[in-house]
Write a protein that binds this ligand. Structure first.
Ligand code: 6XA
Ligand code: ZN
Length: 348
């Protein structure tokens, strides 16, 4: 497996997120990725490389140019407001909900921070853009490797990406790495691409980016949005629209679901993907489905991830993995590498 690790990931190191009226330490921390690297040191699965820069045109095929410019300049603007801000994260506190205008970009920085976000749990820091851009480079490089004939490639990166949409961040995500990989696979000649999102949380960003497209099937298995984040998308009746009608499948499951129940949803997801007959697969790989995850409520055990990897390999498709959630930090390395090892063993 070709592995592209984000050399800038640690530059994104948020201090705090809003939770139940308090600022609490961030769950999405650099140690998450370090644990995966450490486990790959113990169980090597392939050479670990740094990616070449991501083409701007690829980023702009996924995200709005004015959103990308905002992310790039946000930290400097935040510090320009007050030099003391350099010691704080930028967290949004005001949003344009129904009936407000999103077409007029305000001058006020806080107003723009809200325009381009959907929660107060996603701190923007000094190194956020550097980390997010290099993460997209990992996703693009992994797609290029698969286009070039690799059976599988991994974008080993954080911050994660699957909640980020055309012009918004949230859920710890800024640039949608899975969408970048899918678009890069299309640009590389894949006629149809499937995205399988196995993170605990619905991949609302990825769904919304491809919702009206027939060339990219999006499938997500996740906690029921009636009770689980991101709450406002991810229901079973969201099936795509326009040209993309029928090209989105949501498989929401109740909090508390164990591996037997989750596995049934995975089989349904893989059956839909097989029927779509894609040329390549992107797996948005979150391991916050783990029984020990502090913010999620499925009950997968570490050993189950070997089975998950093997089942995904059974699709028989050239596959790009992007790293999404997982907050039981010490178990993160074992859980992620179990998926990859299970995949490799079955893909041979
Ligand atoms: C609310 C929880 C954010 C979930 C982030 C995640 N602050 N998404 O893991 O996949
Ligand atoms: Zn998640």
């Amino acid at each position: 497996m070709q592995i592209y690790a984000n050399p800038r990931h640690a530059a994104h190191d948020g201090r705090q997120e809003m939770f139940r009226g308090k600022l609490v330490p961030c769950h999405e921390v650099p140690a998450r990725l370090e644990h995966v690297l450490a486990e790959l040191g113990r169980r090597p699965l392939g050479e670990i490389q740094a990616p070449p820069p991501v083409p701007r045109a690829l980023l702009e095929a996924v995200h709005a140019p004015r959103y990308l410019r905002f992310l790039e300049t946000a930290w400097d603007e935040w510090v320009a407001l007050d030099a003391a801000n350099a010691a704080l994260d930028a967290l949004p506190s005001v949003w344009p909900v129904r009936g407000f205008r999103a077409d007029v970009e305000p001058d006020n920085f806080a107003a723009r921070l809200g325009l381009y976000s959907f929660d107060a749990g996603t701190p923007l820091t000094a190194g956020t853009w550097a980390a997010a851009e290099a993460g997209a480079a990992c996703a693009a490089a992994a797609a290029t490797a698969v286009t070039g004939g690799a059976r599988a490639a991994l974008a080993l990166t954080r911050p994660p990406g699957h909640h980020a949409g055309h012009d918004f961040f949230g859920g710890y995500c800024f640039v949608n790495n899975a969408a970048v990989a899918a678009q890069a696979l299309r640009d590389g000649g894949a006629r149809r691409v499937a995205v399988l999102d196995v993170d605990y949380h619905h991949g609302n960003g990825t769904q919304s980016l491809f919702y009206e497209r027939a060339d990219v099937l999006t499938v997500s298995i996740h906690g029921d949005p009636r009770t689980e984040y991101p709450f406002y998308l991810g229901h079973a009746d969201e099936i795509g629209a326009g040209h993309g009608l029928g090209c989105n499948l949501n498989l929401p499951l109740p909090a508390g679901t164990d591996f037997a129940g989750w596995r049934q949803a995975l089989d349904a997801a893989l059956a839909r993907i097989a029927a779509f007959a894609p040329d390549a697969l992107v797996v948005a790989l979150g391991v916050d489905t783990y029984e020990g995850d502090p913010i999620s409520r499925f009950r997968l055990a570490s050993a189950d991830y070997l089975t998950v990897g093997a089942a995904i390999a059974g699709a028989g498709l050239p596959t790009v993995f992007t790293l999404e959630g997982g907050y039981a930090v010490a178990a993160m390395g074992v859980n992620v590498v179990n998926v990859l090892e299970g995949f490799e063993a079955a893909a041979r």
